[in-house]
Design a protein around this ligand. Structure first.
Ligand SMILES: Nc1nc2c(ncn2[C@@H]2O[C@H](COP(=O)(O)OP(=O)(O)OP(=O)(O)O)[C@@H](O)[C@H]2O)c(=O)[nH]1
Length: 909
């Protein structure tokens, strides 16, 4: 519980806590003040009441004594009269009054009555017996004497004659035998009981004598004298007991004044002396004290509240000041911590010195860089710990701290330098320094920052190396070679000759394909090592990429350059590369181009060198081709390079057009499968149509064939519906696929997608692949053919017979048609060997269940011969020249080449 309260308390904001505390303290002080005041007033009140009661008690006692004495006097007077009367002579009351025997004289009247109440005599003064009365037997004071032998006091009566209150009394007369013989009657002035009796000088005091019957025999308040007033007799009797007095004064039943009252019995009588003092008088001191005390307490309370308020404000201010101070201290602490942590965690070395140039601080990085532990370095001269030298000259460098002694000294900017570590090792750094200024701007020390630049320098060197080198062989890369070449072209002396060589390994792919790239890499490294042996120090050997290398021989005449080229070629051809039990004989094709300063641009020079290398390859590989200005082979090759950019343009600008050439049936029953071969043409900038023979080799060499094939497929299928609708030619398309496309695994999906888009039935499409393309990657081609045939397409093996091992492959290729190479067909009418080849191909194909197509059919004689051989279809200028695919305006049906009767074989055997 306490913990919960404590927790809540702690959770309160400090200001709230302060207010609560102040309010609590103020409350406690006010409570103490209030309690003390109340207690004090209570006590003062009790004391005052006590005093008031003491005063009235003493007074009532005095009054009782006085009345007692009066009664004794009256009793003696009555006894004297009684004595005279009983002694037989009879009492002469008049004489006795005259003789002054009746005391108190003048205030007392007396009478005598016999036992029947018959008045026997009286004093002259009226009162003891009512005027004119002869009998007093019914009077209370007479009756009172029957039962009492001492003086009996009766209730007061008002005397109309005397015009005042009288108190009657009686005393028994006895016969000598003791029997009742009558009474001595008296009446005295009621004022005698109280007159002249004073309590104190204050007004409002009341004194009186009252009977147990509650009737005042006499009462006086200030000057007002009265008798017969009636009060509660029981109350009077109870008031005699002072042990249980009310602390509060009561209001008088007679005049309503609130007084402290004291009642004292008058012995021998049922009478009581009553003295009452007004509370206003007896408690005046108390009331004055109370007023003062309350005023003081109120002032005290106000003082407490004021002091609390003042103290709270002061505390708040103090607290705020303390908090601000604490926060400021905390901030300073945090900043110091941060600074410390920062200095500890930064990678730069930081050292500080005092005004004497002695070390006062080293951060961990500075410790590591200098080799000095901070504990040992502190106090040492800074130049002993931080020893700097010039980056190049290695001369000792000053730290420049003396400069800071000048007023207004500025920080020293960073400079490259070398830090000599404690163990003598060197480290490249950037060092800077700044003064530590005091409030007056005077330098009281310095801070030195050491920035380690060796990793950055190393990284920069690495990056520069990577940017300019081939990581596999460590040779310069293409970019770096080009830079060198640029320099050579522009700076070489005009009469000097430079030589650029392009080297491309022959059939390097075979090594990769059979042994993997790791082996290929290894071989490239070995080749690099061999080539390096053939060049001079000033020459440049670079790997341009793949298996292509380049050499720049600056200021090198052709003769030695050719020797280098030949030596390189020979070295490579002598290399016997072995890998996991296999061994390879490698060769290289080299293109050599001499150049003079500014003779070529860099790109022209590289292109010519590349083309020369290509020509060497085309010429049978493993040779060196030297370029000269009249080199047509290189020019052709350059044309190809031109073609490359033109083809790319054609693809993006949609400059290709499709032609169709009829493949006509010459056998009865085969007509249903007649078709057209879709052929590609290019429209040049002048709108002339360019034959594929001009650009397909370049497209093949530069890897553009897959793109071109896709363009043809997509375009042909898009045009299929229109062609079918308008042309009289059969709407079966034969579309050529290049070897590169055959190796593209995504082609099947593409074909499927295009067939679906253009809603062409796959059976209407036949793909033609050349024997050479199919054989180049046989397994891949077979896979591709199977997948496209699964779609429903057909396949034709194009240019069959041109390859070397045709029949072997034919057996394993899943094709539907064999297109006999035009080279055999063209002259078969004149050349018996060609005829035999055509016949053989046809026979083998037919045996395998394949249909045959003869290409390059130029005349009817050939058609007839082919028909005679049983060849199914013919294609060529003799049948129909190719025409634009969208030229469907033919009105007549195409001529039929089917003859009902086959000719006898003309040149069989
Ligand atoms: N191991 C290896 N092979 C590479 C690297 N870069 C390219 N190649 C391969 O090198 C071969 C280059 O082949 P080509 O130059 O096109 O053909 P080739 O087999 O050398 O035949 P020709 O040049 O026509 O004589 C390709 O198979 C590439 O995959 C390489 O860094 N490491």
């Amino acid at each position: 519980m306490f913990q919960r309260v404590h927790a809540h308390w702690r959770a309160l904001p400090a200001t709230a806590r302060l207010y609560v505390t102040a309010a609590s303290v103020a409350g406690a002080l006010l409570a103490a003040l209030g309690g003390g005041t109340w207690w004090m007033l209570e006590r003062a009140y009790a004391t005052s009441v006590q005093l008031a009661y003491s005063e009235v008690d003493a007074a009532s006692q005095r009054l009782s004594d006085r009345v007692q004495r009066l009664f004794d006097q009256l009793n003696q007077t009555a006894s004297l009269v009684k004595h005279y009367q009983e002694s037989g002579g009879g009492a002469d009351l008049v004489a006795m009054e005259k003789n002054g025997l009746l005391v108190p004289a003048g205030r007392l009247s007396m009478a005598l009555a016999d036992q029947t109440g018959q008045v026997l005599g009286m004093t002259e003064a009226q009162g003891a017996v009512p005027a004119g009365a002869k009998h007093v037997a019914d009077r209370q004071h007479f009756q009172g004497s029957w039962t009492r032998t001492d003086l009996a006091i009766a209730q007061p009566v008002y005397s109309d004659v005397l015009k005042r209150w009288l108190v009657p009394g009686g005393k028994q007369l006895q016969h000598p035998n003791g029997k009742f013989a009558g009474a001595v009657l008296l009446a005295f002035d009621a004022a005698l009981l109280t007159e002249g009796f004073t309590v104190n000088d204050s007004p409002g005091n009341a004194v009186g004598v009252v009977g147990a019957d509650g009737i005042f025999r006499s009462r006086r308040s200030d000057d007002r004298q009265s008798a017969g007033d009636q009060v509660d007799g029981d109350q009077i009797v109870r008031a005699v007991d002072r042990t249980d007095r009310s602390m509060k004064p009561a209001a008088s039943a007679i005049d309503g004044i609130v007084r402290f009252r004291s009642v004292t019995p008058i012995p021998g009588h049922d009478l009581y002396a009553v003295v009452a003092v007004p509370a206003s008088t007896s408690m005046a001191g108390y009331y004055a004290l109370r007023t003062k005390t309350l005023a003081t307490a109120a002032f005290g309370a106000l003082l407490i509240l004021f002091m609390t308020w003042v103290l709270s404000r002061q505390s708040l201010r103090l607290r705020r000041t303390v908090m601000q101070k604490e926060q400021a201290e905390l901030r300073v602490y945090h900043e110091k911590e941060m600074l410390e942590v920062t200095l500890r965690s930064i990678v730069d070395g930081v050292a500080t010195t005092n005004h004497l140039g002695r070390i006062t601080y080293l951060n961990p990085a500075a410790e590591a860089m200098t080799g000095w532990p901070a504990a040992q370095a502190i106090g040492k001269p800074v130049s002993e710990v931080i020893c700097l030298t010039h980056t190049h000259t290695r001369e000792r460098l000053g730290l420049g701290l003396n400069e800071f002694a000048r007023p207004g000294a500025q920080p020293r900017p960073a400079r490259d330098s070398v830090l000599v570590q404690r163990d003598g090792a060197h480290r490249s750094i950037e060092d800077s320094a700044a003064p530590i200024l005091n409030r007056n701007g005077m330098a009281v020390g310095a801070v030195l920052v050491l920035h380690d630049v060796s990793p950055a320098k190393k990284l920069a060197a690495e990056m520069s190396y990577q940017a300019s080198h081939d990581l596999l062989t460590g040779l310069l890369n293409r970019a770096a070679f080009e830079v060198r070449l640029d320099a050579a072209i522009t700076t070489q002396d005009l009469d000097e000759t430079g030589v650029v060589m392009f080297l491309d390994l022959d059939q390097f792919k075979v090594v990769n394909d059979t042994c993997g790239h790791v082996a290929g890499d290894q071989l490239l490294k070995q080749v690099t090592a061999l080539l390096m042996q053939e060049i001079r120090k000033q020459d440049t050997l670079a790997r341009l990429g793949g298996d292509e290398f380049a050499v720049l021989l600056e200021a090198c005449p052709m003769e030695p350059a050719l020797r280098v080229a030949e030596a390189m070629r020979r070295r490579i051809s002598e290399l016997q590369f072995s890998w996991e039990g296999r061994s390879f004989q490698l060769t290289v094709s080299v293109g050599v181009v001499p150049f003079k300063a500014h003779q070529y641009t860099r790109s022209d020079l590289l292109r010519v060198a590349d083309s020369s290398c290509y020509v060497a390859k085309e010429a049978g590989r493993n040779r060196v081709h030297v370029y000269d200005e009249a080199d047509t082979a290189v020019a052709t090759r350059n044309d190809e390079l031109d073609w490359y950019s033109r083809l790319q343009k054609a693809l993006t600008e949609d400059r290709f057009v499709l032609y169709a050439q009829r493949i006509a049936s010459i056998q009865e029953g085969a007509g249903g499968h007649e078709s057209v071969e879709v052929l590609i043409r290019l429209r040049d900038d002048e709108g002339k149509i360019v034959a594929p023979i001009a650009f397909i080799p370049a497209a093949e060499r530069y890897g553009l064939m897959p793109q071109i094939d896709r363009w043809v497929i997509s375009k042909a299928l898009a045009m299929h519906a229109g062609f079918a609708r308008h042309s009289t030619l059969p709407a079966r398309f034969s579309i050529n696929l290049s070897g590169a496309s055959m190796a593209d695994p995504t082609l099947v999906d593409f074909v499927r997608e295009q067939l679906a888009i253009h809603r062409v039935s796959p059976e209407l499409i036949c793909f033609e692949i050349t024997e050479t393309a199919a054989v180049a990657s046989f397994d891949v081609a077979v896979q591709m053919i199977n997948r496209l045939r699964e779609l429903g397409c057909r396949f034709a093996l194009d240019d069959f017979g041109a390859g070397m091992s045709s029949f072997t492959y034919l057996k394993r290729l899943p094709v539907d048609y064999v297109k006999i190479d035009g080279a055999f067909v063209k002259d078969m009418a004149k050349d018996a060997v060609d005829f035999a080849m055509v016949e053989a191909i046809h026979n083998v194909a037919h045996r395998m269940g394949l249909r045959t197509v003869a290409e390059f059919v130029q005349n009817d004689v050939t058609i007839e011969m082919l028909r005679g051989l049983g060849v199914d279809y013919v294609q060529g200028y003799g049948v129909e020249k190719p025409r634009p695919l969208d030229d469907a305006t033919r009105s007549e049906p195409p001529p039929s080449f089917v003859k009902p009767m086959a000719l006898p074989k003309l040149m069989a055997a």
